[in-house]
Write a protein that binds this ligand. Sequence first.
Ligand SMILES: Cc1cc2nc3c(=O)[nH]c(=O)nc-3n(C[C@H](O)[C@H](O)[C@H](O)COP(=O)(O)OP(=O)(O)OC[C@H]3O[C@@H](n4cnc5c(N)ncnc54)[C@H](O)[C@@H]3O)c2cc1C
Length: 329
Amino acid sequence: MKEVWVFIEQEDGRIHPVSFELLGVGKRLADDLSGICVGILLGHQVSSLVDEVFSFGADKVYLIEHEVLSYYRHIPYAKALSFLAKKYGPEILLLGATPLGRDLAGGVATLLETGLTADVTELEIDKETGNLLMTRPAYGGNIMATIICPNHRPQMATVRPRIFPMPERKPGRRGELIVERVDLYEEEAGVRRIGFLPKEKTVNLEYAEVIVAGGKGLGGKEGFEKLRELARLLGGEIGASRLAVEAGWISYDHQVGQTGKTVRPKVYLAFGISGAIQHRAGMQNSDLIIAINSDPKAPIFNIADLGIIGDWKILCDALIEAIKRHKGN
Ligand SMILES: Cc1cc2nc3c(=O)[nH]c(=O)nc-3n(C[C@H](O)[C@H](O)[C@H](O)COP(=O)(O)OP(=O)(O)OC[C@H]3O[C@@H](n4cnc5c(N)ncnc54)[C@H](O)[C@@H]3O)c2cc1C
């Protein structure tokens, strides 16, 4: 039975949502291979998370618990994951393209002597060969390249958060749990954490339900102040194009697109953004795209559900006014 593995990224006992998104796609790939979807859970005292992994689609979970895995370090995590892969021979191994996932994936691919495709945006099974077709932007986003790994297993890929939809959670869904053991030693870990100072996370773009985004068309830094007021009224976050970030009008954490974040909000409002392919790559899966642009030929209108031709400032002011009036009532 072929196994499609998803590395379940957890920190301090909280699973990163990208792991659930990957269980959704892992399940689809496993069905296409007549195989099973498997969650790989590594950590210390994390067995309470197993049910959550089943509820999002895993048919089986391999669990390794060890004190040395109590927080992420490359060497013990890579050792534990590659130990499991060597023992059970998965067909496919998927990881989130998060800082942790990116760090782990490269090392594990090297230990397993297999290939790794980073930042994949589409995953399909080739019906003739059974190989995994891993598609990602190439040449600055101007073409999509489909990469295969025909001679080595597992076929490995990292996927950014929000590329795939969140699967339905089915509480009470069960699967097979395999508890494994691996010898890990603190002295081998390479680094030791003496403290942890979390960076204050001010922007939660990937999982925002409403995003009010601005581009070069805003004309200056002050434009984002107005967008902020609108975002506050809508309970949303601020997004930006790369040109707005490069102009120094807003920080990089807000950048949406190929070299920024991938988002999937319920509503994406694009003010003064032309809709270049590299920007669209990060937001085209939004449920409802509303574009406001003075140029009727702007490419953003090709993907917008609702397009408004006009000056962004007039429309933004009108929206703020209307929402305030509505809230007042
Ligand atoms: C390798 C690579 C990676 C990239 N990664 C990213 C990325 O991650 N994210 C990203 O966004 N870009 C990225 N880019 C850049 C991308 O190609 C575009 O240059 C960028 O998205 C354009 O930003 P913009 O739409 O704000 O600016 P512009 O393309 O200059 O568009 C401004 C728009 O504002 C409109 N406008 C002007 N005045 C007004 C007004 N008063 N009211 C309403 N509309 C107005 C104009 O009609 C125009 O359509 C990347 C490029 C490369 C080569």
